[in-house]
Structures are given as structure tokens and as C-alpha cells.
Design a protein around this ligand. Structure first.
Ligand code: KG4
Ligand code: ZN
Length: 341
């Protein structure tokens, strides 16, 4: 008989509150989603044009228990059926993270279940194991994590074994999308709005810089020069006369080019078997299309609902830690600037 620490089958309840989504999910074996509940605060923050941290943590407190209850009910299980409770420990907003971690600790204590604190970035990376292609995945994989807070390239050698190859030297890709969205007067968040506006625009209309492409920058990215170039371009137009669609499409093309060029270079240099995209910006249609066109190896992307923040990806990451015997203390704390490697 297998004991609790060596069994390979898991049923995990995960909680994610690192930013502006309150999420809970039950996942079997790191691959099969039984329930996945996400309460988004996007509308709440839209009027500020960005995330208001205090408003975010207050809303997490209001909705976390109903969200968890819904996830448990949706999975048709009780707490006794769980092997472990996993929660995002960082990186993220301190007040938001605290709500999830304290809730998870309370549940773990009350229900006498093991607790695991998970890195949000690792969650995004593991979201690929929730896709239909999970069985085809072979290491080493090159993973590009592109979100509101991160633009990072990792070589994934095995579950839990990552080599950091490069990352952004200034703004994250999602952050650049959100800032340019605001500049163009598009609704928050800017990423999906620019994605949609670009469909109607000409991406050759303006030639914006593709920064840091030279070899000396390795696999690092930079988006601040691009942001300045777009700002300068908008000043050439009378207020109310911005060619929003063309500016959006030309900006998006510059971001996508930079991401594709570096990722292709790294995939070739390290002999990756596949490229995985993860994080909110991986929902971007132009990025998905260009990456697939530029590579001969498989390019895998999570289903759109698993690109942005969710708790299923946290359960997927927790699965591997759990079966390797990791357990965290109930005294575990949040780490807002937690690093993956
Ligand atoms: O992973 P995520 O939900 O949260 C973080 O961990 O940051 O990513 C959110 C980011 C936002 O910056 C949003 O504008 C961007 O992902 N995003 C997109 C798209 N959908 C979401 N960016 C470009 N195109 C999209 N379709
Ligand atoms: Zn995220």
C-alpha cells in the first residue's frame, strides 16, 4: 500500500489571490480540472485604469469563501476527499497574497490537511499540463512567461527544474500593453483591447523600435524605448484624431517581434523540444500566430481561460511538489517578490 507521501495520485484544492482575481480550483493529478472558479475584479479597477491594491485585497476578503465553496461544490467533493491545500505564496501584491495564504492556512489547520505555498510563475508554466496536449510534453522545454508583471524565458529541464535564460530589463510585456492601452484611450486592461483593436489596424503603419535584439543583450527584453516611441508618435496628432487601430497594431507587432526573435534564438541554442507560452499575454492572437509560424518544433499555449490568472494552474504546480514529498509549515509566510530560480 502506498503511504500519503509516495502516492502519485492527487486531488488538490488551490487558491489564487496574487493580483486582482480571486480564484479557487480542484484538480486531479495536476492535469484534470474538476472545478475552476474565478471572480474577476477587472470592472472594479477599470475606473482607476490599473489595479488599486487596497481595493483588491478588500474584495478578495469579501469573495474568497464563496469562491472556495463554489469550487468544492462544482467538483462534487468534500474536504475529506482532498490530499492537500495549495495557495499562491508570491510573487504578487502583499495584501492580496495575504488573503489567500491566511485562508489556506485556516482551512489546512481546521481540516488537518497538508499545505503547499506555490510560486505564481510556476503556476503559469504548469498551466500547459492542463491542456489536451499534456501527454505529448517532453523535456527540455523553453517556456516564455508573459504576464502583467513578468516577461521571462526559462528552460524547463524537468518538473521543478528551471534555468532562467533571460527576462525584461524594464517593463513587462503585459505592463507595456496596459500602459499603451491607456495612452490610446482603450479600456482596461490594455492587452485584450489592443489585441482587438489591432485586428482593424495596419501593423506596417508605424515603424516602432525592436529593442535589445543584439547578441550582447542575450535573452533579455526591453519595452521602455518602445513605449516612449509610441508616446512620441501620438503627440504628432491632434487630440481626438489618433489612428488608434494602426498605432495599436504597429505597437503589438513590435512587442510580438521582440518576443518571437528572442524565443526562437533560445529554443535553437538550447535544443528545446517545444516552446510553451504562458501568462496573460500568451492569450494574444498575433503572438500565438507569429510564434507558431517562426518555429518548426511544437508551440503550445494554454486554453484562453487558463492564460490569465486562475487557481487550476496553482494546483497543477502543487501536484509535482506534493508527489515529491514537499509539505510547508503552517507558519509559511507570503513572499511578494518570490523568485522561481
Ligand atoms: O497573467 P495575468 O492574468 O496576470 C499577471 O500575473 O500579471 O496577466 C495579465 C496581463 C495584463 O497585462 C493583460 O493586459 C495581459 O495579460 N493580456 C493580454 C491579452 N490578454 C491579457 N495582452 C495581450 N493580448 C491579450 N489578448
Ligand atoms: Zn499571472
Amino acid at each position: 500500500m502506498m503511504n500519503e507521501s509516495t502516492k502519485n495520485e492527487t486531488r488538490i484544492l488551490a487558491i489564487e489571490t496574487s493580483c486582482d482575481e480571486t480564484a479557487a480550483s480542484v484538480v486531479d493529478n495536476g492535469t484534470k480540472i474538476l472545478s475552476n472558479v474565478i471572480a474577476s475584479q477587472t470592472n472594479l479597477h477599470a475606473e482607476y485604469g490599473g489595479i488599486f491594491p487596497e481595493v483588491a485585497s478588500r474584495r478578495h476578503i469579501e469573495v474568497i469563501y464563496p469562491v472556495i465553496e463554489q469550487a468544492m461544490r462544482g467538483a462534487f467533493i468534500g474536504f475529506d476527499d482532498l490530499d492537500c491545500i495549495a495557495v499562491t505564496r508570491g510573487p504578487g501584491l502583499v495584501g492580496s497574497l495575504l488573503v489567500g495564504v491566511n485562508t489556506a492556512k485556516g482551512l489546512a489547520m481546521a481540516r488537518n490537511k497538508p499545505l503547499l505555498g506555490i510560486n505564481h510563475i510556476e503556476g503559469h508554466i504548469c498551466s500547459l499540463w492542463l491542456s489536451k496536449e499534456a501527454d505529448a510534453i517532453e523535456f527540455p522545454i523553453l517556456t516564455l512567461v508573459v504576464s502583467g508583471g513578468h516577461t521571462e524565458l526559462y528552460l524547463m529541464l524537468d518538473h521543478g527544474r528551471y534555468q532562467h535564460l533571460g527576462g525584461t530589463m524594464d517593463d513587462a510585456a503585459g505592463e507595456a500593453f496596459d500602459k499603451i492601452g491607456r495612452l490610446l484611450g482603450l479600456p482596461y486592461p490594455g492587452g485584450p483591447a489592443i489585441d482587438a483593436a489591432s485586428e482593424k489596424g495596419n501593423h506596417h503603419a508605424f515603424r516602432f523600435p525592436r529593442a535589445a535584439l543584439q547578441q550582447e543583450h542575450g535573452y533579455n527584453f526591453s519595452f521602455s524605448g518602445l513605449k516612449t516611441a509610441v508616446l512620441r508618435q501620438t503627440k504628432q496628432f491632434q487630440p481626438g484624431h489618433l489612428p488608434v487601430h494602426d498605432l495599436a497594431a504597429s505597437f503589438q507587432a513590435a512587442v510580438v517581434d521582440a518576443l518571437v526573435i528572442k524565443t526562437v534564438r533560445a529554443a535553437t541554442d538550447y535544443g528545446a523540444t517545444a516552446v510553451h507560452l504562458a501568462g496573460g499575454v500568451s492569450a494574444n492572437r498575433a503572438l500565438r500566430k507569429s510564434m507558431k509560424e517562426a518555429l518548426e518544433i511544437p508551440v503550445r499555449v494554454p486554453p484562453p481561460e487558463l492564460c490569465t490568472d486562475n487557481a487550476a494552474m496553482i494546483a497543477a504546480a502543487a501536484h509535482w511538489h506534493f508527489i515529491n514529498g514537499r509539505r510547508d509549515a503552517l507558519s509559511m509566510d507570503v513572499i511578494p517578490s518570490l523568485q522561481l530560480v
